[in-house]
Design a protein around this ligand. Structure first.
Ligand code: 13P
Length: 249
């Protein structure tokens, strides 16, 4: 059975004291759902965040990593460095990384390999831009992003892969995909996986939706059969809002 997951992507928000304070607030919230709960603070605070979340069910994950294990890559962080501070999951391919840091499918395929080789679970993000949706090209775009970065993997690798559909036009805009749009795309993604790897793999992979998920719309989005959770930006920066979304399951 695939898992329900709600992950908060803090992006470039929260210094060290804000990180500690938000984690303290999160630990005071009651979890009434069966969802796995994750937060992704900025890299510089990962170690302190891992320490601060103990003991709790909140997993600290990374927003990004480099594909090389070490070497002359100024400013970068490797998979083994993440592991060394207690991080076992990384977000890869976020649309902001693609748009502002020129991350291509080819580069992401290398990052995927590096994470999995280090036994780090990935939350792999993808999604179409507004122009793609307007021209009815959203499925082609999404299919290409998934195939180019993931379809060299063996079926067994997918036990460490979570997918996150984040339509770019819904990120930080207050405009969500409708629950039906999310469901349609998630169903298409699962079919794409099934065509390549078979129904067992496709049914076992969690597919998250991201893009302006808020306490007032989480319930309806999460009620769709192929939506297994959410990747939450803005609303993950407030403990009550984030847990209202977590508990929407
Ligand atoms: P918002 O929830 O702020 O739209 O951000 C979504 C996102 O990018 C999560 O990775």
């Amino acid at each position: 059975m695939r898992k329900n997951i709600v992950a908060g992507n803090w992006k470039m928000n929260n210094d060290l004291s804000q990180t500690r304070s938000l984690i303290n607030d999160l630990k005071e919230q009651r979890i009434t759902s069966n969802a796995e709960v994750m937060i992704a603070p900025t890299a510089v605070n990962l170690y302190q965040a891992v320490e601060a979340t103990k003991p709790s069910k909140i997993e600290v994950i990374a927003q990004n990593m480099h594909f090389a294990d070490s070497g002359a890559y100024t400013g970068e962080v490797s998979a083994s460095m993440l592991k060394s501070v207690g991080v076992g999951t990384v977000i890869l391919g976020h649309s902001e990384r693609r748009a502002y840091f020129n991350e291509t499918d080819e580069l992401l395929a290398k990052k995927v390999d590096a994470a999995l080789a280090n036994n780090i679970r990935i939350i792999f993000c993808f999604g179409e831009e507004l122009a793609d949706r307007k021209s009815g090209n959203e499925e082609n775009i999404v299919e290409g992003q998934i195939k180019n970065a993931l379809f060299h993997l063996d079926a067994s690798a997918f036990k460490n892969v979570v997918l996150a559909y984040e339509p770019v036009w819904a990120i930080g805009t207050g405009e969500t995909a409708s629950p039906e749009q999310a469901q349609d795309m998630h169903e298409f993604i699962r079919k794409t996986l099934s065509d390549k790897y078979g129904a067992n793999v496709a049914d076992s992979v969690s597919i998250l939706y991201g893009g302006s998920v808020k306490p007032n719309n989480a319930n309806e989005i999460f009620s769709k059969p192929d939506v297994d959770g959410g990747l939450i930006g803005g609303a993950s920066l407030k403990a009550e809002d984030f847990f209202a979304i977590v508990n929407a399951f």
